[in-house]
Design a protein around this ligand. Structure first.
Ligand code: G4P
Length: 288
């Protein structure tokens, strides 16, 4: 696979998270609802083992609602785990987080022993956007490049619930090849870390398998059954005028069109992995 992603400052982030987890009652992990398995950082699960966990499937506005529901059910079956879907248009995210945290740690709360919660997640899942909305004002810079350093935050979610931001950067860990492609398609790994065409071909393969109607509705390519992924990409390029002098398709331009459309939700609400698909990929990677 052509994706190289680096665990830069990972040890520092690990140490800071370990220290932070000391007095913490509930660990919230923000995930990308389109790729919950790939956007999880396994280190968080490892360090937080035994602590009640809340999985927040964010950007649910971009994900396939039926698949998000499957993921929520999947997480809720895991011991000590709650899960909820969220997106930036939610008018009252704090209420949802508060309800789930109280359920997860019923013994905590009240002024005597406030419930302490930490929120973590890989860059680009929408952590700053959520924190800004919880604060009611802009305190952290959000931007279109993953990895903008943000300062430590503490927010009172309720009178007796303190929410802490994670200090360091928790980069995604690519443990299965498909996870790397999915992270790249979502924009969670930087542009120079991936071969854009390869990522787009993987994305198209998945769309052809699970979302052929959405693909056709967006690009008017007709029935893609029987076509190869690269042929579909060429068709899209042709339809969108991504053509070089001499008539050859500008594959780079066509790839950018598909990636931008996917990231902006223009192809529709798409999820890139089902819980059982993710579990199978993970199993295969471990056996490898
Ligand atoms: P991070 O702190 O986890 O790194 O993520 P951040 O909040 O910076 O969000 C990354 C990008 O995702 C931002 O877009 C942000 O607007 C977008 N985003 C966050 N939450 C949601 C959501 O629930 N739904 C959708 N559709 N998008 C969300 P950007 O293009 O990088 O910047 P901008 O458009 O905000 O300028």
């Amino acid at each position: 696979m052509a994706i190289q992603w680096f665990p830069g400052h990972m040890n520092k982030a690990k140490k800071e998270l370990e220290e932070r987890l000391g007095g913490i009652d509930v660990v919230i992990e923000m995930l990308d609802a389109r790729l919950p398995g790939s956007s999880a950082n396994p280190m968080i699960a490892r360090l937080a083992r035994g602590k009640p966990a809340l999985k927040v499937l964010n950007k649910q506005d971009l994900a396939d609602a039926r698949v998000t529901e499957q993921w929520l059910q999947w997480y809720r079956k895991q011991p000590g785990t709650q899960a909820l879907g969220l997106d930036a248009s939610d008018a009252a995210p704090a209420q949802k987080l508060v309800a789930a945290c109280r359920e997860l740690a019923p013994g905590r709360g009240g002024v005597e022993k406030p419930l302490r919660v930490v929120i973590c997640g890989i860059p680009n899942v929408g952590k700053s956007t959520l924190i800004n909305s919880l604060m009611g004002r802009r305190i952290a810079k959000t931007g279109n490049e993953p990895g903008i350093t943000k300062g430590q935050q503490r927010i009172m979610l309720a009178d007796d619930i303190e929410l802490f931001d994670t200090p360091g950067m928790l980069w995604p860990k690519i443990i299965v090849p498909q996870g790397g492609y999915n992270l790249a398609a979502s924009g969670a790994v930087g542009r120079n870390a991936l071969d854009e065409e390869e990522v787009v071909l993987e994305l198209l393969l998945y769309l052809m398998k699970r979302y052929p109607a959405e693909l056709d509705a967006r690009y008017k390519i007709g029935d893609s059954d029987g076509l190869q992924d690269w042929q579909v990409l060429e068709l899209i390029g042709k339809k969108r005028g991504a053509v070089l002098p001499g008539g050859r398709i500008n594959i780079q331009k066509a790839s950018e069109i598909v990636l931008t459309d996917f990231r902006d939700g223009n192809i529709g609400r798409i999820s890139l992995e089902l819980p059982e698909e993710w579990a199978a990929w993970e199993k295969a990677a471990k056996e490898h």
